[in-house]
Design a protein around this ligand. Structure first.
Ligand code: ADP
Length: 248
């Protein structure tokens, strides 16, 4: 049993009164945190990031969302980014690093952030460390583990609201009205890179370029916590993440 498993098995976060837990989450650790959600595509990083944002009141920084916003501006850079993402490849490190740095400089990040989809390469992981040191944020890495057969099944059922970004899964968290966003009534879409052939390419990219970052985190001696994202519900996964946070 690994260290994080031991921590998780001794915790019963469900039994804590909500208010006490909220205080613990806010005060655990001496410095504001960057919670890094790491894992393969479809492991639930976006879903967990949004729930953590609502729980902790700190910003959710998703490089995938930032890049999709950039694409929407329809200029030459946008077209280049779209081509890379559509084929399941990564965007160059310099582009993503610059976007993240600009975002971290905004004042709402001073009490902590949730990073979703970043870092995804060793070069990004090393730049992130220096940025976090500079901005006075400590790093807590949550690895959302999920095997590839489940990844493919999950992504096949994924739908997103193009207006507010809300995510649905037809099998687990369907919208109340089929094909329509519960929040704003927008018609839900399948992301261009969620087609099965592209998902396989994304998993291949993950294996080659992103998985090595795990060893880097593990060797760095910083806080690292593994959570099985195959749990039955998003709330159960969240409870485990909260467990990692209060034991800091
Ligand atoms: P998922 O985690 O489900 O793959 P994301 O929305 O995080 O989805 O990312 C979608 C795509 O955006 C990636 O396949 C990649 O092309 C690009 N991207 C997102 N984050 C990064 C990053 N940190 N570095 C390089 N490319 C990125």
């Amino acid at each position: 049993m690994g260290r994080s498993d031991r921590i998780l098995s001794t915790l019963n976060t469900e039994a804590d009164p909500e208010i006490r837990l909220h205080e613990q989450l806010q005060t655990a650790g001496s410095q504001p945190r960057a919670i890094v959600l790491f894992g393969p595509p479809g492991s639930g990083k976006g879903t967990q990031a949004k729930m953590l944002r609502d729980l902790l009141g700190i910003p959710h920084i998703s490089t995938g969302d930032m890049l999709r916003e950039r694409i929407a501006s329809n200029d030459a850079l946008g077209a280049e980014l779209r081509g890379l993402m559509k084929s399941g490849n990564l965007v160059p490190d310099e582009t993503v690093n610059r976007l993240v740095e600009e975002r971290l400089l905004r004042p709402d990040c001073k009490n902590g952030v949730i990073l979703d989809g970043y870092p995804r390469t060793l070069a990004q992981a090393s730049i992130l460390e220096s940025m976090l040191d500079r901005f006075g944020l400590t790093q807590l890495v949550i690895y959302l583990k999920l095997d590839y057969t489940k990844v493919i099944r999950r992504i096949a059922g994924r739908r997103q609201c193009p207006r507010c970004g809300a995510l649905y899964n037809l099998a687990v968290t369907p919208p109340k009205t089929s094909g329509i966003c519960d929040r704003d009534g927008e018609t839900l879409v399948i992301r261009e890179d969620d087609r099965e052939d592209v998902v396989r390419e994304r998993l291949d990219t993950y294996e080659r370029q992103t998985r090595p970052v795990l060893d880097y985190f593990a060797a760095s001696g910083r806080r690292f916590c593994e959570v099985d994202s195959a749990e039955a519900s998003a709330e159960q996964v969240l409870a485990k993440i909260r467990g990692c946070m209060v034991t800091e």
